[in-house]
Design a protein around this ligand. Structure first.
Ligand code: ATR
Length: 277
């Protein structure tokens, strides 16, 4: 049986084993996908041990996404831009690193929520690892503009600077801004900050929202609820990050197995399993 797993710390509540088990069932692939709690100082050792056991690939979650990218012998363009990876594949003694988070977000917005990003005005809130993982693929979707807004402006400026070449290729205007005084008519706003985890509330004012705008929180479950309620109260269409979670997994599954699983079906099943959000 081909072995896969998710490595993280914490990892207990990861939905990835459930999602990949459903993908495998629905596509008739024989594999086992587990989860591994990795000591904070033991990531490289854990990867080597998994490879020695016959592991074929793994997903990487907090806090190892940066270390995983550094460990790789080969890195995809999108993982290089993100400087982080969420998927490792082991082949011929090498470690291939990729990042499917951004593709997961874009696929969830475009396919599942039915909103074509091309020509739209986007606001990406945050400039940490989560934002870095999605900016490249958002640019690939050719929106008219992306404004990256962050509490610490310098981090937004850094992130924007290393994506300027791609932005100009895609003919997308790419800007960095402070959170203070941020306003504008955005078609899509994406919360990629950790502010809800600290109970700090929504990091932008409703002046950023156009009526009917899509307001997307990359988190799901209770962590996304404040942002979703705020969006609903201000006439926007809220969406949590559960679809992104399933779609990033689908893209990882395709990389490993060469088969694209029925992600929409699995997302619908997962929403039922998790209960109303
Ligand atoms: P992650 O990997 O989840 O992105 P991170 O790299 O630590 O975690 O980044 C956290 C992001 O959330 C940053 O953009 C951070 O803003 P700063 O760069 O200014 O620290 C943002 N963030 C965290 N708490 C916040 C808050 N209370 N209000 C606004 N932004 C917040």
């Amino acid at each position: 049986m081909d072995l896969y797993c998710v490595m993280g710390n914490p990892v207990e509540h990861s939905k990835s084993p459930w999602i990949h088990a459903r993908f495998a069932e629905l596509t008739g692939q024989e594999l086992h996908y587990g989860k591994r709690l990795i000591p904070l100082d033991g990531f490289a050792t854990a990867v080597r041990a998994f490879v020695a056991e016959g592991g074929r690939g793994c997903n990487i979650t907090v806090p190892f996404k940066f270390e995983a990218a550094a460990l790789a012998t080969q890195t995809s363009e999108r993982a290089t831009l993100a400087r982080a990876c969420n998927v490792l594949s082991f082949q011929g003694g090498g470690i291939f690193a990729d990042n499917t988070d951004g593709a997961g977000l874009v696929n969830d917005i475009e396919r599942n929520a039915g909103l074509d990003l091309s020509g739209r005005h986007l606001l990406l809130i945050g400039a940490g690892g989560a934002a870095a993982g999605v900016l490249g693929p958002l640019l690939q979707a050719r929106p008219a503009s992306i404004t990256v807004a962050n509490r610490t402006l310098a981090k937004a400026q850094d992130l924007v600077a290393r994506h300027l070449a791609l932005a100009s290729l895609q003919k997308t205007e790419l800007l960095a801004q402070d959170l203070q005084g941020l306003a504008g008519n955005f078609d899509v706003i994406i919360n990629a900050t950790a502010s809800s985890l600290s109970g700090a509330g929504v990091p932008v004012t409703a002046r950023t929202l156009k009526p009917g705008a899509l307001a997307y929180d990359m988190m799901y479950g209770p962590a996304a609820q404040d942002f979703m309620s705020w969006a609903r109260e201000h006439g926007a269409t809220p969406r949590d990050g559960l679809g992104m979670l399933v779609e990033q997994a689908a893209e990882a599954f395709r990389i490993w197995r060469g088969v694209l699983p029925p992600s929409r079906q699995v997302l619908a099943e997962l929403r039922t399993v998790m209960g109303p959000s």
